[in-house]
Design a protein around this ligand. Structure first.
Ligand code: FES
Ligand SMILES: [Fe+2]
Length: 367
């Protein structure tokens, strides 16, 4: 979740990878915490609770209180002269390893103590421009009623833009238009492809996929040029050759058929605009774009589920497998041995852009 959309005064209920979690601000440790959204007493959602006057997370049902490690610190019904039953392990709530990076709260979706320090080694994907003060761009997020696999594929699919977003997004027009919208063959190529993702070149710039959830593009300059070093754009004018804008999309698998999108378009020019234009005004434009293909994609997914088409779900499961801990092979998919892989390939090869995804899957399966 983007921190800009989290209120420190209250707990927030979220779902990620099918896990219901509560996100809350622990003022004693000055850190965001992510717990199971179920009280160990009677499983009431902790996200309906409150932060008490000592900064603990309090369950709203019977008032049990928890510290930032998930330890139960107070059971109001327990006699003060009785045994300290709140110290019983069964009174603890599962806490996930959590970190804040690029203005986003990330957590490791396994609360087993063996992963307690996992985020010291395995960091979320880092985008330097998001911490660079010479860049500016509001962030937004939205719950989406179609799955992660449809969402990420849609973001990588430029062919739909002149049609699904007609009149909302501008696209380069062909010399001779065959229709009102100006759809045309698109020139796409893969410049780099390995276990860490891919960089693709398009006419207008480059796009980069950092599996499993970050996709971003830069229309104005190569993606690998920026090193994130802060320059003082506040005081220095950026020449047109130095102008950069990134289109950053972070796709979160919520549950089958549901996802969450975080977007931000940081740029190193015209940053004064963000100081006078409120964030909600940017959200209007972005949500208009999301709205214009939302119904198509929702119905597309429902249709595929009804027809038991497994091609996309194969991609999805494979993508989930990238992170090694997401689907936990519950769908029985192992990338190199996936029975649906051939179907997946034949489906994916239809579109040259989706070839990028196919090549990536193959690379991952070989490595
Ligand atoms: S269910 Fe949470 S205190 Fe009873
Ligand atoms: Fe779209």
């Amino acid at each position: 979740m983007p921190v800009c959309d989290l209120d420190k005064r209250v707990p927030h209920g979220k779902k990620v990878l099918g896990i219901d979690v509560v996100v809350w601000w622990d003022r004693n440790e000055n850190a965001w915490k992510v717990f199971d959204d179920a009280c160990p007493h009677r499983l009431a959602p902790l996200s309906e609770g409150r932060i008490d006057q000592w900064g603990r997370l309090q369950c709203v049902y019977h008032g049990w209180c928890f510290n930032g490690s998930g330890d139960c610190k107070f059971i109001p019904q327990a006699p003060t002269d009785g045994p300290p039953i709140h110290t019983n392990k069964k009174a603890c709530v599962a806490a996930y390893p959590t970190t804040m990076q690029n203005g986003i709260v990330w957590f490791w979706p396994n609360s087993d103590p063996q992963y307690k320090d996992v985020l010291a080694e395995k960091k979320p994907p880092y985008i330097p421009e998001l911490d660079d003060p010479s860049y500016s761009g509001p962030m937004g997020n939205r719950e989406i009623p179609y799955g992660y696999e449809v969402l990420i594929e849609n973001l990588m699919d430029p062919a739909h833009v002149p049609y699904a977003h007609y009149g909302i997004m501008q696209t380069r027009q062909p010399k001779e238009k065959a229709d009102r919208e100006g759809g045309r063959p698109l020139d796409l190529s893969v410049e780099k492809l390995d276990i860490n993702g891919f960089i693709a070149k398009q006419e207008w710039g480059r796009s980069k996929f950092l599996p499993p959830c970050v996709f971003y593009a830069s229309p104005l300059a190569p993606l690998d040029q920026g090193n994130g070093a802060a320059s003082s754009a506040e005081t220095k004018k950026v020449s047109s050759a130095q102008r950069r804008i990134l289109l950053i999309f972070i796709c979160i698998p919520v549950s089958p058929g549901n996802s969450r999108l975080i977007w931000t378009f940081p740029r190193n020019f015209g940053i004064w605009i963000d100081k006078i234009v409120p964030r909600w005004m940017f959200h209007i434009g972005q949500n208009l774009i999301l709205d214009s293909d939302l119904y198509l994609l929702h119905v597309e997914l429902q249709c595929r589920i009804q027809r038991s088409e497994s091609a996309r779900s194969c991609i999805a499961v494979c993508c989930f497998c990238f992170s090694g801990n997401c689907c936990r092979n519950q769908a029985g998919c192992h990338i190199s041995g996936c029975k649906n892989y051939a179907r997946c390939s034949s489906y994916t090869i239809i579109c040259s852009f989706k070839m990028v995804g196919l090549l990536y899957l193959q690379t991952v399966s070989l490595s």
